[in-house]
Design a binder for this molecule. Structure first.
Ligand code: HBI
Ligand code: FE
Length: 286
């Protein structure tokens, strides 16, 4: 929630613990909510098979949580042994530092509430479908799981250095909207895409947006839009590339970037490794 206030956040923040966690209270979900989950899942399941990276799809099949809103404790029993991560239930968006602290300790905050039926196609704030469907399968991948923890640790540092805006772009263009090269062509590993009914085909099939090779400094210098499909997607070659590029201390990077004018979300630079130059990178609202 960089640069925003807590005022209009959805979710019940009245019963949380000091670290913003709550009980999931699974029994409180209604039959209608479980049904909405099933419909969201069914639509998305077919799409991720076509557009999602193998790591995501394989885990999705193993976890098999399409029949209703999943219980976090059941998933935790599988996730812990695999990558030593744990899901924690939260009311919704968290203050940056609280969010980073959870990640740095291998706890992934998952929002407890589900969107309304009218929001089937699009929702601005992350709900349980985005947080769970989009993010949780990737936490089963050991390299990606380590990357998210490193991001959390980096976030705590960035907070102290006043550089969260720069670091948040990295999260956005990788964890949320990242593409990856595979033997079968470009696929996505980004949770914002994997949980979206429209952007998932758009990001890979549409001629409109740019698709550009991952470059850490370039990304941290690039603005993003939160209320439209992305104008540019960044492509990693593999998860190791992502982990290694982000392993060093970012302090000198921030020094270099502070005070520089960021690129717009649609800019293509001469130095970019271009997979595809978008023909109309400014597009309709998601
Ligand atoms: N809180 N629950 C939750 N989920 C997020 O993805 C999230 C957050 N708080 C802050 C945040 N993301 C971002 O602003 C940081 O990555 C910078
Ligand atoms: Fe997310």
């Amino acid at each position: 929630m960089t640069g925003e206030t807590d005022h209009n956040l959805r979710g019940d923040y009245s019963r949380m613990r000091p670290d913003y966690t709550v009980d999931q209270d699974w029994d409180a979900y209604s039959a209608a909510e479980h049904d909405l989950w099933r419909r969201l899942y069914r639509r998305q399941e077919g799409l991720v098979r076509k557009y999602g990276c193998d790591e995501f799809v394989e885990t999705l099949d193993t976890l098999n949580f399409g029949e209703g809103i999943p219980r976090f404790d059941k998933i935790n029993a599988m996730l812990g042994p695999k990558t030593n991560w744990k899901l924690v239930a939260v009311p919704g968006l968290l203050p940056d530092l609280t969010f980073f602290d959870h990640l740095a300790n291998r706890r992934f905050p998952v929002t407890v509430w589900l969107r309304n039926p009218e929001e089937f196609d699009y929702i601005v704030e992350p709900d349980i479908f985005h947080d769970f469907f989009g993010h949780v399968p990737m936490l089963f991948n050991p390299v990606f799981a380590d990357y998210i923890q490193a991001y959390g640790k980096g976030g705590i540092k960035a907070h102290a250095l006043g550089a969260i805006e720069l670091l948040a772009r990295l999260y956005w263009y990788t964890v949320e909207f990242g593409l990856i090269e595979t033997k079968r062509g470009l696929r996505t590993y980004g949770a914002g895409i994997l949980s979206s009914g429209g952007e998932i085909s758009y990001c890979l099939d549409s001629p409109n947006p740019n698709r550009i090779g991952f470059d850490l400094m370039r990304i941290m210098q690039t603005r993003y839009k939160i209320d439209t499909f992305q104008e540019t997607y960044f492509v990693i070659r593999d998860f190791r590339e992502l982990f290694e590029a982000t392993a060093p201390d970012f302090t000198p990077y921030y020094e270099q970037l502070q005070g520089r004018e960021p690129h717009s979300a649609s800019t293509v630079l001469a130095s970019d490794r271009v997979y595809h130059r978008g023909v109309a990178p400014v597009v309709r609202a998601a």
